[in-house]
Design a protein around this ligand. Sequence first.
Ligand code: PBG
Length: 324
Amino acid sequence: MLFPDYRPRRLRQNEAFRRMMRETLLAVDDLILPLFAIEGQGVKNPVPSMPGTYQLSIDNLLKISKTAYELGIPAIMLFGIPYKKDPLGTSAYAKDGIVQKATRALKKKLPDLLVITDVCLCQYTDHGHCGIMDGPIIDNDATLDLLAQTALSHAKAGADMVAPSDMMDGRVAEIRNILDENSCSHIPIMSYAAKYCSAFYGPFRDAADSAPKSGDRKTYQMDPANALEAVREVTMDVEEGADIIMVKPALAYLDIIYRIREEIDLPIAAYNVSGEYAMIKAADKMGWLDGPKVMMESLIAIKRAGADMILTYFAMDAAKMLKR
Ligand code: PBG
């Protein structure tokens, strides 16, 4: 088909045509809002590099979650900022840990809002790494049981789904086992399967107070240069029992989302991470970009690449725009 026989502009000439031709839809159903729970009462600490995002004590967490629920957002992803940190990250799997308490409160007040909990140790260890340390080394296998205990304690608190983000080898199987052995076979696992070692996580580490005190995460998170390795990681997590697989970050890794979509038939989640959010918010504030338009374009791009759902700090802003 060549011009002038075919004229692509025919089908773009007005909004009704454009609506009819639209291949990808973004819906509020696709959005998951990440939230940060902190100990205390009446706390709402703004995260400077993430305008509109806060560290929230449970009372305020409930308020914001209610607004999200009323906007139609189906799920939140919960991160915890504990009172105390130690080498083994014990508050991650404590019965009265911040995520466990927040989950119980959320499920009581908003039973129909899905609570997904981030399962990792980095916010809870004093060294800030996602696994426990043996000297300078992250001890993969010794970490697995602690991650499994963390996931189980979240499920016992009422979490609807657990999401391991640590990138230790073998953790999905370990978590699946412990859940199944403890009457939690109905709890799905959303695995951060292809999680890259990314500088785009910078603002999150301010929000969650989780930057490693020494070194970096290169021995467990993936090299941004690799794509085949993502296929291997994802395949392993599927075999270990993951129900949803995640690619993270999203915008600089749309090729990975696309590729995983071709290879795997499980639902795919993409994490539109803190740095991606911060860049758009900053450019909007400077008057250099139209923030809301760039937000919507970015989210539709993530879906077009093949994601079924998007974890994004924009969830509330996007839900409001979709409502209009
Ligand atoms: C914890 C975790 C991180 C993010 C989600 N879970 C940080 C990290 O791996 O350093 C990043 C999320 C974001 O940047 O929005 N392991």
